[in-house]
Design a protein around this ligand. Sequence first.
Ligand code: BTN
Length: 326
Amino acid sequence: MKTADRVLELLYDRREGFFSLDELAAATGKRRGRVEKALRELAERGHGLEFEPSHGVRLVLPVKLDAVLIEHNLPTRRVGRHAIAFDEVDSTNDTAMDSARHDDADGLVVTAEFQRAGRGRQGRVWLSPPGKNLMFSVLLMDGESLQHEAVTIAAGLAVAEGIEKATDARCELKWPNDVLLDGRKVAGILVEIRSPAFAQGRRCMVIGVGINVNASPPPGEVDSPVTSLFEYIGHDFERLDVLREVLCRLDAHVGEIAAGSFPGLHDAWISRCGMLNCRIEVASGGHVYAGRVLDVSPLEGLVLAVDSGRIVHLPAECSTVLAMPH
Ligand code: BTN
C-alpha cells in the first residue's frame, strides 16, 4: 500500500486526534521525510490537514470522500470490494455502468463530490451542492440472479438502515424507495439495468443513491418536501460513516436476494412504511390507479386494492405515487 494511503487511514481512524510525524513514521515503518512527502500528496488530493506545532497533524473534518477510506476495513463480501471517488462526473450511475467494461467490476462503488447531470426517477434531475452530500452508485454484474423489484426496495431499506445506524434517527420508507425523515425526503434511489455491448451479454445493474447529508437541495428546485440529516438532527455528519453503514446493509440485502430469501427484507421494509392501508393514487404503465395499499412485495411490487375491488401489483420501475394523504 502507498505510504500516503496508509497515512490517510491512520489519520482517519484517529479522527479529531493528532498524530506526531514521528508517530506516523513509526506506524508506517517509513522515514520522517517520506511521511512529510505523503502528507503533501494527501493535500494535493484535496484532503484538509491541520498542523499544530506541539501536537502534529490531523485531518480536517468532514473528510473528502476517498476510495482508500471507503474500502478501509469495510466488512462486506460483494458491495464495496472496490471504490473510485471522483471530484466531478456527469452522473455516478453512468460512470459505474461504464466501469462494467473492466474485469472484476462487480461490487464497485463510484462516488462523486458533484454531479453535472445527476438523474432522479421518472426523468427528474437530482441536484446537490458540491462536497456536502452523498452521491454514489454500486455496480452489480450478472444481475440476472437479482430481481429488479427486490433490489429497488432493498436499496431503500439499506439506505434507511444505514442512516439509522449512523445517526440514531428513525427513517420512514415511501414506496418504491424514497427515504423520509418526518415526512420529508432525505434520500432517493435510482436503479438502472442495461446490457451494454462491451459487457458481452452480461446484465449490469446500477444502484444510484443520493443522500442529503449536510445540505438540502437548492430551494425551489424540487417539488416535494425535502430535508437533510443536518437540517433534521442539527449538526454536520461525517459522510463516510453514513456511506459505509449503507454499503454494509446493501451488501447484506443483496446477499439475501441472491440467495432467494425475502422475508427479512419484506418485514424490515414494512415496519418502516407509513403507507399500509392508506388510499393513494399511482401512475403506472400509462394508467392511474386509485386504491388502498395492502402490501409491498419484494417480487411483485406495490399491492393495491383498487376501487373496483380488484387487486393489482404495480412494479416499481414504471410507477410513481401521485397522491398520498397527509
Ligand atoms: C430519485 O429520488 O428520484 C432518485 C434519485 C437518485 C439520485 C442518485 S445521486 C447518485 C446517482 N447518480 C445519479 O445520476 N442519480 C443517482
